[in-house]
Design a protein around this ligand. Structure first.
Ligand SMILES: Nc1ncnc2c1ncn2[C@@H]1O[C@H](COP(=O)(O)OP(=O)(O)OP(=O)(O)O)[C@@H](O)[C@H]1O
Ligand SMILES: [Mg+2]
Length: 508
């Protein structure tokens, strides 16, 4: 083992029932570098990190892992933490009802004669919070913080354990641009302090921005390792190794055929759920035509999700005012059920709370919004249920040995595909999709774009909330730009540019 590498992995094999998740993976991480892992959904990235950090104990995999030159024999995450390894999972793992400092020191507080010196821990946590750039009071309850800040608390927790190797699994997937930039800057700062990072990400631009080395994994195999500077690595090269082929059209062409207005919203206003005088959506009016793909852009907190959720009848906000017309008829939508009856469907942005029932199998989750379609006299036709689920498994390339698998066993991106499948099967007239490609790899993204285009061609209408401007620009016939709860302007497909959208959001 050479001194140059902090982490070395040799021929790692990890099996789950019916799936070989890792198939002789090799990986070498240099001391002090930022090392990115790229690969499609289900390639094995999270599993690999779980092996390294002891989530999967020694004996449950084959092959060797060396950390700081010594072969590891971890039985749990606690063992790896003691040696200076910390992992921040794809789904955050803080205790929401505890304070920041309790979360930071949870599980590794020391007592003296059975007494915990709280004051000391509060002071120390302050110091770690400063290092990650958080000004919050350590006594703040974690659930009051946004995702971005929660992530920083997790990193502060890692620092408190004297981390030498920090593993981050898709750290920026639910952060806005500002928060992402800050997080990447923090990882770079850690590098200057000698901390090594391994970062999994689907955002290839971010990977190229910070990584020194990129390892690419496909179908559980390590495909290549690139030195970013020396090899003048590009997104195209990464994609090619990820998917095993060239990907030419990231945004497939579509000539829109637009029909009548199917939905019109007039003067829609929503008040903040706690502060009843604050408007999170402020007299918004817009329309949507048959066969149209509409995008809503704007910074985080612009009110896009609140707007759509309240129209959809989810009880966001204390009250909403305004009118909704479906096919020219004024429609009262008081609940999600009303929305479905009015022909609306919604894919939520919330990754943790996708509305999936993780302990149920894939087919049940896909069909759960369409039971009427596959039942007769109230009895589900299980053959049809399987056939339908199989169709979506193929179309969206859901990586699983069988649609009878528990949804819990799917990788993060593949769970997201199940949510999209469920809405496709329900087949509403108006699709509202909130960050539909979050956590989804580049290859499958274009498949989802194809599907949305197909829907539009079939005369369905799509409303898309997207934080990725290239995605909105590539897909939408029209773009509404929002900020601070208001619509600041509208752009047609052929006139929209990133600069115009950003300027419009700021000045209107
Ligand atoms: N507990 C489990 N039981 C069965 N199969 C599993 C389990 N955990 C993971 N898998 C399977 O192992 C494979 C790799 O999953 P993993 O979560 O490592 O993918 P990933 O590369 O992190 O993908 P994503 O980008 O979607 O997060 C997938 O096929 C997944 O379904
Ligand atoms: Mg993963």
């Amino acid at each position: 083992m050479s001194d140059e590498y902090i982490l070395e992995i040799e021929n790692l094999i990890k099996d789950f029932p019916g799936v070989r998740a890792l198939d002789k993976v090799n990986l070498k991480v240099r001391k002090g570098e930022i090392h990115s892992i790229c690969g499609e959904n289900g390639a094995g990235k999270s599993t690999l990190m779980s092996v390294i950090s002891g989530v999967y104990p020694k004996g449950s995999y084959e092959g060797k892992v060396f950390f700081k030159g010594r072969e590891t024999h971890y039985h749990s995450v606690k063992d790896s933490e003691k040696e200076g390894l910390a992992i921040i999972h794809q789904e955050l793992a803080l205790s929401p009802y505890l304070s920041i400092y309790e979360n930071i020191f949870l599980g590794h507080m020391k007592t003296r004669l059975g007494i915990i010196n709280w004051g000391k821990y509060i002071r120390e946590s302050k110091q770690y919070l400063t290092r990650v750039g958080l000004n919050e009071d350590p006594a703040t309850i974690v659930s009051k913080l946004g995702v971005g800040k929660q992530q920083l608390v997790e990193i502060a927790r890692a620092l408190s354990k004297q981390v030498e190797l920090l593993i981050l699994d898709e750290p920026t997937s639910s952060l806005n641009d500002d928060e992402s930039a800050k997080l990447l800057e923090l990882i770079l700062e850690f590098k200057r302090q000698g901390i090594t990072s391994v970062m999994i990400s689907h955002k290839l631009n971010e990977v190229l921005l910070v990584a020194d080395t990129v390892t690419i994994i496909r179908d559980g195999k390590s495909i290549s390792a690139w030195d970013v500077k020396r090899d003048t690595l590009t997104e195209e090269i990464i994609i090619k190794d990820m998917v095993g082929r060239d990907l030419t059209h990231r945004f497939p062409d579509r000539i829109p055929v637009l029909g009548d207005t199917v939905m019109e919203v007039r003067n829609w206003t929503v008040y903040h759920p706690e502060y009843h005088t604050i408007k999170v959506v402020d007299t918004v009016s817009f329309y949507l035509r048959k066969g149209e793909i509409l995008a809503f852009c704007g910074p985080m907190g612009a009110g896009r999700t609140e707007l759509m959720m309240s129209i959809y009848g989810k009880s966001y906000g204390s009250q909403s005012e305004g009118e909704v017309f479906i096919n020219g008829k004024k429609t009262e939508i008081k609940s999600t059920k009303d929305a479905i009856n009015a022909g609306l469907g919604y894919v939520s942005e919330d990754r943790k709370n996708l509305g999936l029932i993780l302990i149920q199998d894939i087919k049940t989750n896909i069909s759960s919004s369409s039971l009427r379609k596959i039942s007769k006299f109230g009895v589900v036709n299980s053959q049809r249920e399987i056939e339908e689920a199989e169709k979506y498994r193929e179309d969206l390339r859901i990586k699983t040995p069988s649609v009878n698998q528990l949804t819990r066993n799917l990788s993060g991106g593949n769970q997201q595909k199940v949510v999209v499948s469920r809405m496709l099967m329900a087949d509403p007239d108006i699709f509202i999709v909130d960050e539909p490609t979050r956590g989804i790899d580049v290859g499958t993204k274009s498949e989802i774009y194809n599907i949305l285009n197909d829907l539009a061609r079939r005369g369905k209408s799509v409303i898309m909330i997207s934080s990725e401007l290239p995605e909105a620009l590539g897909m939408a016939d029209r773009i509404y730009v929002m900020n601070k709860g208001k619509i600041k302007g509208m752009l047609m497909h052929n006139e929209a540019t990133q600069e115009k959208i950003m300027r419009m959001a700021l000045v209107g």
